[in-house]
Write a protein of this length. Structure first.
Length: 326
């Protein structure tokens, strides 16, 4: 086993954060989960609360916090359009002020720190698939800019702290990820389609369904994040983490209908503003530097995710906001 560490995971009770906390706890590390529970669920980490090497702190990363840790995984930020557009100013503050606070902590205690960035830094790309060298096509004043530009600014801060203060950083750009513990009301296509299909409702597709996404199962994604943090200090990123398998939204909807045995039909609605028409990661760098690539095929991951949603008691979940896709 590698040396045991004190690990902080911001956003640790969220979809991705809870899986990462679980992995770190199993490895024996002393794990601190920090979360304000805006879009996350305590049920995601109930099974960890009894562990002696797990601690939960309710806190907002836009406010300073003082902890002694060896590694920081900065995952805190609403990641679904219906959630981050609910309060766009706060969303930008989470990315920017949150990065400043976590980088300040990392500098003070000499911790290694990883930023969970996003494929949204590429905007609506005119280069396909998207390599890390592509600088993006982002609308800085659009309704999605609070998230897109917030994450871009966070990357800027990470590299400036690295260059000017020698902070040991890592930056990963996460593409669409799915799996158990997704919030049932996060408004993303996988959770939306599965819930609608299980309820026998028609599947809502925004646009004509020809826009593409690449879906990475959560276990693969967490493996990539862990490898990036454990990798050599000579490679700080950014690095794309995602599944290069590309599917249209219509293909995904039809697959969910088939796998759930639903009689749902397809309903088409107007495409939201600045919604990317295509998304596919170039993971050449991840393969080369991290010896990482996804292993879970979409149908296999969807089966596990559908099984998870079948077992949910939706009465135990509330919508974090009344916001809907615009």
């Amino acid at each position: 086993m590698s040396q045991l560490k004190r690990v902080l995971v911001t956003g640790g009770a969220g979809f991705l954060g809870s899986h990462l906390c679980e992995r770190m706890v199993k490895l024996g590390h002393d794990v601190i989960c920090l979360d304000n529970f805006f879009t996350s669920q305590k049920s995601n980490i109930w099974h960890l609360l009894e562990k002696p090497n797990f601690e939960l702190i309710r806190h907002d990363v836009t406010l300073p916090v003082y902890l002694e840790v060896d590694e920081i995984f900065n995952l805190a930020c609403p990641a679904s359009p219906v959630h981050y557009q609910h309060d766009p100013i706060q969303t930008t503050k989470v990315s920017v002020s949150g990065a400043i606070n976590m980088l300040g902590m990392a500098r003070r205690v000499g911790a290694k720190i990883l930023q969970a960035s996003t494929s949204e830094v590429y905007g609506d790309p005119d280069v396909h698939p998207q390599p890390e060298s592509y600088r993006g096509n982002v609308n800085p004043i659009g309704p999605r800019a609070c998230y897109d530009e917030g994450k871009r600014c966070a990357e800027t801060l990470f590299f400036d702290y690295h260059r000017h203060h020698n902070v040991n950083i890592r930056v990963v750009r996460i593409f669409n990820t799915y799996g158990p513990r997704m919030h049932p009301y996060d408004g993303r296509v996988v959770s939306n389609f599965i819930l609608q299909a299980l309820a026998g409702e028609n599947i809502t597709i925004y646009g004509d369904g020809s826009q593409t996404r690449s879906f990475c199962y959560v276990d693969d994604l967490v493996e990539g994040i862990a490898r990036m943090m454990e990798g050599p200090d000579t490679f700080v990123g950014p690095v794309n983490l995602g599944n290069p398998g590309e599917f249209t939204i219509k293909q995904l909807a039809e697959m969910v209908i088939e796998m759930t045995g639903s009689k749902s039909k397809l309903d088409f609605a107007p495409l939201p503003a600045d919604d990317p028409t295509q998304r596919q990661p170039d993971i050449t760098l991840a393969k080369d530097k991290l010896d990482w690539q996804p292993t879970v095929e979409l149908r296999e991951g969807l089966k596990k995710t559908i099984d998870y949603f079948r077992g949910l008691d939706l009465s135990q979940y509330r919508k974090p906001t009344t916001n809907t896709i615009k």
